[in-house]
Design a protein around this ligand. Structure first.
Ligand SMILES: Cc1cc2nc3c(=O)[nH]c(=O)nc-3n(C[C@H](O)[C@H](O)[C@H](O)COP(=O)(O)O)c2cc1C
Length: 315
C-alpha cells in the first residue's frame, strides 16, 4: 500500500492510529510504530505537562524504523493547557501534531520552527483552504462515518472535494475498519487514512474491558449521536443507559442555550460534566455506560493486540 502518507511520515503503511481522548497511550503508539504505522495521542490524555513530557521521552526511546508518532492538540480556548502543551511538544520534539477545533496558525508556526509537521482536522472545503494557506502539511478530512465529533459529508464526497481543490495531502478519517476500506479511500484520492474506533478494543488501550467488549458486541447500527457529552454532537454506543438519558439536550439546557448571555456558561458546564461522565464510563467498570465509538467497530470481533488489528487493516 504505497501512498503519499508513507512518504510524508517515513512509515510502512499509510495509516495513522488516530488520537482518542482517554483511550490512546504510549503502549498503543509503541505497538503502532512496530507495526509500521503512525500513532497519535491527545495531549489532553496527560493531566500535567510533566506527564506529557515523560510520555514523549518514552516514545522517542521506543521509536523504530518505519514507525512515527505525534500528538493531538485542541487549539481553541476550551483547552486551557494549550500553550504549555505546545511548548513541551516543541521542546521535546515528535514527528507530527494533529490540530483540532480552532485556528492552527500558532501551532503551525511554532512546530515548523523545530521541524514538526502539522496536520489539521477539517470537515469542509472552506476550513481546508484556510489551513492550507496557513502552511499545514496535510489535511485530516473528518467524514460522517467518523467516531467522536464527526463531519457531515460522506468519505467519497469529502475526499474528492478536498483533493480537487487543495494541493496538500488529504488523510481520510472515519469509517475505516478493513483493507478494503483503506483501498477505497486511496482510490478516491486520499494520501492515507486515520483510524480510531477499531483500536479501542485493543489489549493496550487504557479503557475498561467492558468498554472494549462493547465494541465487540455492538456494531455500526448501534451508533447514535448525542449532545449529552460535550454539547457538540458526538457518536456513542446506544447502550440501555444512553437510551434512558436520551441524546438531546435537557429542556433546561435548551432554554438556557437560547439566552445569549448564559449560553457560554451552559456550554462550559455541559462540557465539564460530559467529559467527567465519559472519563468515568471509560475507566470505571461500575459507572453508567456512555462509550464513545464510531460505526467502524462493525469489524471488531474480538479484543486483540494492536499488532493484530494492524495486520487486519493491511492484509
Ligand atoms: C473514543 C474516541 C475519542 C476521540 N478523541 C479524539 C480527540 O481527543 N481528539 C481528536 O482530534 N479526535 C478524537 N477522536 C476522533 C479520532 O481522532 C478520529 O478522527 C476518528 O476516530 C476516525 O473515525 P473512526 O473512529 O471511524 O476511525 C476520537 C474518536 C473516538 C472514537
Amino acid at each position: 500500500m504505497e501512498a503519499k502518507l508513507t512518504e510524508l511520515l517515513g512509515i510502512k503503511h499509510p495509516i495513522i492510529q488516530a488520537p482518542m481522548f482517554l483511550v490512546s497511550n504510549v503502549a498503543m503508539v509503541t505497538e503502532a510504530m512496530k507495526g509500521g504505522i503512525a500513532g497519535c495521542i491527545p495531549a489532553l490524555n496527560y493531566r500535567t505537562l510533566e506527564e506529557l513530557r515523560s510520555a514523549i521521552k518514552e516514545l522517542k526511546a521506543n521509536r523504530v524504523e518505519g514507525g512515527s508518532f505525534g500528538f493531538n492538540l485542541i487549539v481553541n480556548k476550551s483547552n486551557v493547557k494549550y500553550k504549555g502543551q505546545l511548548e513541551v511538544i516543541c521542546e521535546e520534539g515528535c514527528d507530527f501534531i494533529i490540530t483540532s477545533l480552532g485556528s492552527p496558525e500558532e501551532t503551525i508556526n511554532q512546530a515548523h520552527k523545530v521541524g514538526i509537521k502539522v496536520f489539521c482536522d477539517v470537515v469542509d472545503l472552506k476550513f481546508a483552504k484556510k489551513v492550507e494557506q496557513l502552511g499545514a502539511d496535510a489535511i485530516i478530512a473528518v467524514n460522517n462515518q467518523a467516531g467522536g465529533h464527526r463531519g457531515d459529508k460522506s468519505p467519497e464526497d469529502l475526499i474528492k472535494e478536498l483533493s480537487s481543490s487543495c494541493n496538500i495531502p488529504i488523510i481520510s478519517a472515519g469509517g475505516v475498519g478493513s483493507k478494503v476500506d483503506i483501498d477505497r479511500m486511496l482510490g478516491y484520492g486520499a494520501a492515507g487514512v486515520s483510524v480510531g474506533s477499531p483500536f479501542i478494543a485493543s489489549v493496550e488501550a487504557y479503557v475498561t474491558d467492558e468498554y472494549k467488549q462493547a465494541c465487540v458486541d455492538y456494531g455500526a447500527k448501534d451508533i447514535v449521536m448525542t449532545e449529552r457529552i460535550s454539547g457538540t454532537p458526538c457518536t456513542v454506543i446506544n447502550t440501555p443507559y444512553v437510551q434512558k438519558i436520551g441524546t438531546k439536550q435537557t429542556w433546561l439546557e435548551s432554554v438556557l442555550n437560547k439566552n445569549r448571555k448564559l449560553k457560554k456558561w451552559v456550554k462550559m458546564i455541559r462540557f465539564s460534566i460530559g467529559m467527567n461522565a465519559t472519563k468515568n464510563a471509560a475507566t470505571k467498570a461500575t459507572y453508567k455506560t456512555v462509550w464513545v465509538a464510531g460505526p467502524s467497530i462493525e469489524h471488531t470481533k474480538k479484543i486483540l493486540p494492536t499488532k493484530s488489528i494492524i495486520d487486519r487493516l493491511v492484509n
